[in-house]
Design a protein around this ligand. Structure first.
Ligand code: GLU
Length: 332
């Protein structure tokens, strides 16, 4: 069986095994303890999925091994359980109730080969220095670095090197989609992003690629996550199309910030959920605070995740509240 057939076979198997209902997911990176900002995104993903009567899966994005912390996975599982965010057994996973990307390299290999057969990718041997040298205008920069100037785009195969980066050949046309929370979003991949990396020279697959392969094979219909990933979404939509998967609905939820408007993170000293838990904080208090930050309940409400679900009632009401919320929420 060729590698291409293998990915097509995986896709077909996924189509046979999944029903027509809503499938949601929470996909944390086990690089440390969760804080309120992370848990807010998890709560929103769980609420959207359960309000729609869907199945909710958990996936650990643990490919960046040097950043993975050994106790992080257990602590995340405990935090989710403590908050009452239950999840369903992940499809095709026999050992755990969740998916770990670190076990799925063979799937990403097959997906990359599938894109290779369609000439959608090319190998690149440019160093950061080469790219900086070739990029003349200083504005040719994204959040992740300089926009790739296309140096290796037209190299023939035998000119390429073994230990190389694999990049996606972005099309000229714009990607436009309607986010369930923030509305229409348009991006030119060619102008604003450039040919992005799918696999690094050390063989590690990039987030942008594996997230799409997994969302396709898990049958995800609704992606609910922090608004910081809004600008990654056009890249992912392009990959959904190239890999033959249905594009899910996207819900980019507000980011929780500190009093200075800086996004909560481990770096700015935000307390971990496990430390709140150990200090005797009640889950119902935290659920109330997180839900009140987007006006799903009144300030000071104390309730369980299940009670919150019942209180919100409908998916439309949930969507409306998120649409009315500001993009960044001051939350201490
Ligand atoms: N792993 C990402 C994070 O922890 C989330 C990715 C996603 O939801 O697409 O921020």
């Amino acid at each position: 069986m060729s590698k291409k057939l293998k990915f097509v076979a995986l896709l077909e198997k996924e189509r046979e095994s999944l029903g027509a209902g809503v499938i949601g997911r929470y996909a944390p990176s086990p690089t440390g303890h969760l804080h309120r900002g992370n848990l807010f995104a998890a709560l929103m993903a769980w609420l959207q999925c359960r309000l729609a009567g869907g199945q909710f899966f958990l996936r650990f994005e643990d490919l960046d091994r040097p950043r993975v912390r050994s106790n992080s996975l257990d602590s995340i599982l405990q935090d989710l359980q403590w908050l009452g965010l239950n999840w369903d057994a992940a499809p095709g996973e026999l050992e755990d109730s969740f998916i770990s990307q670190s076990k799925r390299k063979f799937i990403y290999d097959a997906a990359l080969a599938y894109l290779g057969d369609q000439q959608k990718i090319f190998s690149c041997r440019c160093s950061r220095k080469d790219i900086a040298f070739a990029v003349s205008a200083p504005h040719q920069r994204t959040q992740e670095g300089l926009i790739y100037p296309g140096t290796c785009r037209s190299l023939s195969k035998n000119e390429s090197f073994k230990a190389c980066v694999w990049r996606y050949r972005v099309p000229e046309s714009d990607v436009v989609f309607t986010d369930e929370v923030s509305g229409i979003y348009r991006q030119s991949l060619a102008r604003d992003v450039g040919d992005f990396v799918l696999r690094r020279a050390d063989g590690v697959y990039a987030y942008q690629f594996v997230v799409v392969v997994d969302d396709i094979l898990m049958g995800v219909t609704d992606v609910v996550r922090g608004a910081d990933l809004l600008e990654s979404t056009p890249r992912q939509i392009e990959l959904f199309h190239s890999l033959g998967g249905g594009v899910p609905r996207f819900w980019h939820v507000p980011l929780l910030c500190d009093a200075h408007g800086v996004r909560l993170s481990k770096r700015n000293g935000t307390k971990s959920i496990s430390s709140l838990r150990e200090a005797g904080e009640r889950a119902e208090v935290l659920v109330g605070q997180l839900a009140a930050s987007v006006s799903l309940v009144a300030e000071g409400a104390v309730l369980s995740a299940q009670e919150l679900l019942e209180e919100i009632g409908t998916l439309n009401h949930f969507r409306q509240k998120l649409q009315q919320a500001p993009g960044a929420i001051n939350h201490l």
